[in-house]
Design a protein around this ligand. Structure first.
Ligand code: MLT
Length: 311
C-alpha cells in the first residue's frame, strides 16, 4: 500500500480493522477484559477491532511487537501492571515502557484471588499458607511469566511469608485453569475477570481475595487481610499505541475508550466480575502516563527487595 502522509491518515482514521494486541493467551483476565470491551469499542470506532493474543515472556513479547508496529493507529495494546514491573524484572527489555508508547488511557483496576486445585487441603487462606510453609518447593504455583500480574502476586506472597515455592510459567493464565482443575497445578493468584466463573461454579477452591474489602460479586470470599494476613494487590490496565502515533489518532481512540468504559451494559458485565472501570478523569493519555511513571518508581524498590522470589 502507498504510504499516506500521516495527517491524511489521522484525519480519516479509522478506515480499516484495528488489531488490539493482548500480550497473553486467550482465556485469561486480559483477554476477558478485551473481549468484553471490544463490542462497544468497535461500535464507537466504526470499524472492527480484532483481538490478537500474543503471549509469552510475561507479556513482553506482545508488548515488544506493538512497540515496533507502525504508529498508524491500527495496532493497539491492552496491557496490565506488567508494563510497570517488567523494567525492574528484566535486565534487557526490547522496549522502554516510557518512550516506546503513546499512553491512551487507564482502563480498569482488578483485584486478584488465590485459587487452588479442587482437592487442595484446607478451605481458607491460613490453610493455604500452612500448606506452603510445610511443603515449600514441592508446591507448584502457576503464573503468566516474569513481568505478569500473576507473577507479581506470587512474588509478593513468597517474599512476605519468606518461603519459596516452585513457579511454573504459562503464556497467560488462561491455560492454567485446566491444570488447576486437573490437579496438576496447586495454586495461582489471578484476577477476578477470569477466576470468578470458576469460583462461583465450584470448579476451583478460592482462599482469599486481594482487595481491601470483599466484593459483592464474590460475597462469601473473605479478603486476605480479614483472615489475618494483610495482603493487597490490585492490577491496573491501560491502552497503548506505538510511539509516534499522531495525537489526533490517540485522541480518537481515547474518545472511543471513554465512551466504551462509560457504557451501562459493559459496566454491568464488569460488575459481575468485581470490576469497576476507571473514573473518566483517569482515562486520559496524561493521567495514564503519570500513573505509569509512578508505578515503575513504586515497584522498583519492592521488586528489587523481593528479588530472590521473582521468577
Ligand atoms: C497476568 O498474570 O498478567 C495475566 O493474568 C495474564 C493473562 O491475562 O493471561
Amino acid at each position: 500500500a502507498a504510504l499516506l502522509a500521516l495527517p491524511a491518515f489521522a484525519q480519516s482514521y479509522p478506515t480499516q480493522a484495528i488489531s488490539l494486541v493482548v500480550p497473553f493467551a486467550p482465556g485469561g483476565p486480559t483477554d476477558a477484559l478485551a473481549r468484553l470491551m471490544v463490542e462497544p469499542f468497535s461500535r464507537e470506532l466504526g470499524v472492527s477491532v480484532v483481538i490478537e493474543n500474543l503471549g509469552g515472556a510475561g507479556g513482553t513479547i506482545g508488548v515488544g511487537r506493538v512497540a515496533s508496529a507502525r504508529p498508524d493507529g491500527y495496532t493497539l495494546l491492552l496491557h496490565n501492571i506488567g508494563m510497570a514491573t517488567a523494567p525492574t524484572l528484566y535486565r534487557r527489555l526490547p522496549y522502554d515502557p516510557l518512550t516506546a508508547f503513546e499512553t491512551i488511557g487507564l482502563v480498569a483496576p482488578v483485584p486478584m484471588v488465590w485459587i487452588g486445585r479442587p482437592n487442595f487441603p484446607g478451605t481458607n487462606f491460613a490453610d493455604m499458607l500452612a500448606f506452603i510453609r510445610e511443603n515449600g518447593d514441592k508446591v507448584n504455583v502457576a503464573h503468566a511469566g516474569l513481568g505478569s500480574a500473576s507473577q507479581l502476586c506470587a512474588t509478593l506472597l513468597q517474599a512476605q511469608i519468606r518461603q519459596s515455592v516452585t513457579t511454573v510459567a504459562f503464556r497467560g493464565t488462561g491455560p492454567v485453569f485446566a491444570e488447576i482443575m486437573g490437579g496438576r497445578i496447586d495454586l495461582v493468584c489471578d484476577q477476578t475477570s477470569s477466576t470468578t466463573p470458576y469460583i462461583t461454579s465450584g470448579r476451583v477452591k478460592a482462599f482469599a481475595i486481594t482487595s481491601a474489602q470483599r466484593l459483592s460479586s464474590l460475597p462469601d470470599l473473605p479478603t486476605a487481610t480479614e483472615q489475618g494476613t494483610p495482603f493487597e494487590v490490585t492490577v491496573w490496565h491501560g491502552m497503548y499505541a506505538p510511539r509516534g502515533t499522531p495525537r489526533a489518532i490517540v485522541d480518537r481512540v481515547n474518545a472511543a475508550l471513554r465512551v466504551t468504559l462509560g457504557e451501562p451494559r459493559l459496566i454491568a458485565r464488569l460488575a459481575e466480575l468485581g470490576i469497576a472501570p476507571e473514573p473518566q478523569e483517569r482515562i486520559t493519555p496524561e493521567a495514564h502516563r503519570a500513573f505509569l511513571e509512578a508505578e515503575i518508581a513504586r515497584w522498583r524498590p519492592i521488586l528489587t527487595a523481593a528479588g530472590e522470589y521473582a521468577d
